[in-house]
Ligand binder design. Structure first.
Ligand code: SAM
Ligand code: DTB
Ligand code: SF4
Length: 325
């Protein structure tokens, strides 16, 4: 099997990626599925449950986000969840079949102090449950990444969101270079990287290709690549964006799979607007992870029972923790 595997490349160009993104859809899905089978022969899908530990009141101005203080949305700042509350949720997620537990903080960056110590306790606690554990909490330093690694953190999520060129139209309070710097700290600490982006924010196909190019020229590639469709939030600058064509999401999943054959490609935000059939197409195109649970951070997600039923119907099995890397 190993002999037939394609070479993993880190030198993809924009033109090559644009060509892939624009291939006839059936060709594209066939190509992505061929690669997917070589690297993930068992039809495994990872179930990751997401919990917002600190909701709302974020100082950043990300144009898509319900939690930014710069936008008047229906989301108000909530008290930070306690270690006990979080571990109870993680334990429940495990019972319901999740193998990865992801925790979010609406922060610009991690600061030293009580909240960080509690984050470390949460990470240790989730690992003790035998789950993979992921944190997303904004920028961090080398030293903080090191402490998270020591606590047993599996992955840190920090998205590029879009191309370097389109980025400034979405976020002004931190730069693309800041994001890459954070990813560097995560990598140096030996934590796996979860990094992807969003489509449907008014970006061009060229922007999508450029975002994928930045991801696919990281060496090593991110272990996990979330592909989000914009959930348009009232009160944000992106509130009137038209919904994403589901086939565009299929194209993104397929292209991510072709460029980064070993990564876990997660079909992330936006699944409530997708038909079961569109989701199956994304799985065929190489998506092999979903968020599992009734809520993402502030918005809805498909029902657990329906998700389980869907996976059963298509003959997918649930990925065991720690097998993805
Ligand atoms: N504050 C941290 C940060 O920005 O890195 C962590 C939480 S933040 C909400 C995590 C990611 O969720 C963002 O980078 C973005 O890709 C995604 N996201 C946020 N709002 C979204 C929306 N309305 N639709 C789709 N994806 C969204
Ligand atoms: C990611 O790429 N998507 C997740 C997770 N990483 C943290 C977040 C999606 C958020 C969707 C909007 C909301 O629920 O507020
Ligand atoms: Fe804050 Fe993250 Fe939302 Fe940006 S995406 S406003 S950093 S919570």
């Amino acid at each position: 099997m190993l002999r037939t595997r394609l070479e993993i490349r880190h030198n993809w160009t924009t033109v090559e990626i644009l060509d892939i993104l624009q291939q006839p859809l059936l060709e594209l899905v066939y190509r992505a599925q061929t690669i997917h089978r070589q690297y993930n022969p068992h039809n495994n899908i990872q179930l990751a449950t997401l919990l917002s530990v600190k909701t709302g009141g974020c100082a950043e101005d990300c144009g898509y986000c319900a939690q930014s203080v710069h936008h008047k949305t229906a989301v108000n700042p909530q008290p930070t969840l306690t270690v006990g509350e979080v571990l109870a949720k993680a334990s429940q997620a495990k019972k319901l079949g999740a193998t990865r537990f992801c925790m979010g903080w609406a922060w610009r960056e991690i600061r030293e102090g009580k909240a960080f110590e509690e984050m470390l306790a949460m990470v240790r606690g989730v690992r003790e449950l035998g789950l993979e554990v992921c944190v997303t909490a904004g920028m961090l330093s080398e030293a903080q990444a090191q402490r998270l690694a020591e606590a047993g953190l599996t992955a840190y999520n920090h998205n590029l969101d879009t191309s370097p060129e389109f980025y400034e139209q979405l976020i002004t309070t931190r730069t693309y270079a800041d994001r890459l710097q954070t990813l560097d700290c995560v990598r140096h600490a030996g934590i796996t990287i979860c990094c992807g982006g969003i489509i449907g924010m008014g970006e061009t196909l060229h922007d999508r290709a450029r975002m994928l190019e930045v991801l696919a020229t990281l060496n090593p590639h991110p272990e996990s690549v979330p592909i989000n469709a914009l959930v348009s939030i009232e009160g944000t600058p992106l509130q009137d964006q038209p919904p994403v064509n589901p086939l565009e999401l299929v194209r993104m999943c397929a292209t991510a799979r072709i460029l980064m054959p070993k990564a876990t490609v997660r079909l992330s935000a936006g699944r409530t607007s997708l038909s079961r059939e569109a989701q199956v197409l994304c799985f065929l195109a190489g998506a092999n992870s979903i968020f599992y649970g009734e809520k993402l951070l502030t918005t809805g997600n498909p029902d657990r029972d329906r998700d389980r039923q869907l996976l059963e119907e298509i003959g997918a099995t649930i990925l065991n923790p720690f097998l993805e890397a």
